[in-house]
Design a protein around this ligand. Structure first.
Ligand code: CAO
Length: 270
């Protein structure tokens, strides 16, 4: 290896495009265009505006945030019994008392206990901006793609008000009436697929938030209570967090606390 080789290498490295934040780019081979029609019949559908927009943001967040996903199960047997017992009462006031309402309230309790989760990195990455408000984003599946409207001041709203607002906002999102303000200012997001199915998954953090909770479908499982296996309704939780802000120990504490609040909902009022 001659001096000129080293100089040429350094020169070519300096000329190479850099990734975000000054680190090296991925330098991956480009995906070659494929003529799928060569292999069978195909049709082409343009991506919706929402899909095109959210695709860029999801990709950016996935590659620029070091994600960890921590999973746990919450025993929601009592919560579900209580929810069912209140269903008729809620119906009288024209509301459905939803699981998502409990999740929003439980997340607020956990955010109060662990303020690092209710925070964002400053633009220069040098400090953490801790928020004194509790605005919770909820992923809503619409015919045109995924949107995350924000329930503002969830700490100051009751469970039924949150459930009602969620119902109204998701209907509005699905009919395409989305104002930018609906999607701004979130502190933490919840993506619930529990009404559809599946257990654990890897939710992508909704930057500049630092964590997101993925919720799967609750199922009855035999759980050992020290003497015997008892049937308990178990809710799968998947918490993705930004490892630049949250360490593994804190992540485990957050999800354990959240699960304990869902297990004993009296903790919601502590
Ligand atoms: N486990 C088991 N059952 C559940 C459940 C869970 N975690 N969550 C809800 N359910 C059940 C409810 O009990 C309800 O059944 P009943 O009508 O018998 O009471 C049913 O599923 C529907 O629940 P819901 O009306 O409360 O709606 P929801 O809370 O499940 O969902 C919303 C609301 C807006 C989150 C949902 O419509 C949606 O869009 N989900 C998709 C979000 C998404 O796409 N996330 C992915 C983001 S990453 O691509």
């Amino acid at each position: 290896v001659l001096t000129e080789d080293v100089q040429a290498y350094v020169k070519s490295e300096l000329a190479r495009p850099r990734g975000e934040g000054g680190g090296p780019g991925f330098n991956l081979p480009p995906l070659q265009p494929v003529d799928f029609a060569k292999f069978g019949p195909v049709t082409t559908q343009p991506l919706s505006r929402i899909k095109k927009l959210s695709g860029g943001f999801l990709h950016r967040n996935w590659v620029s945030i070091p994600h960890i996903t921590q999973q746990d199960e919450a025993d929601i047997t009592e919560l579900e019994a209580f929810r069912k017992s209140q269903a008729d009462e809620a119906k009288k006031s024209g509301t459905k008392i939803t699981m998502l309402g409990f999740l929003v309230k439980a997340v607020v309790v956990a955010l109060k206990q662990f303020p690092e989760f209710n925070a964002s990195l400053s633009a220069d990455g040098e400090s953490l901006v801790l928020k004194g408000y509790f605005h919770i984003g909820v992923a809503v599946d619409t015919p045109n793609g995924l949107v995350v409207p924000v329930i503002r001041d969830a700490d100051r709203k009751g469970l039924l008000d949150i459930a009602k607002e969620l119902g109204e906002v998701s209907t509005r999102m699905r009919s395409g009436k989305i104002a930018p303000v609906d999607l701004q200012g979130g502190c933490f997001s919840i993506s619930s697929l529990g009404g559809i199915g599946g257990t654990f998954f890897t939710p992508i953090i909704n930057a500049p938030e630092v964590a997101i909770l993925g919720v799967g479908k609750a199922v009855m499982k035999p759980v050992w209570n020290g003497k015997e296996f008892a049937p308990r309704l178990m809710l799968p939780l998947s918490l993705s967090y930004d490892h630049r802000v949250v360490d593994g120990a804190l992540g485990a504490r957050f999800i354990s606390h959240l699960a304990s609040v869902l297990t004993d909902i009296r903790r919601l009022v502590l």
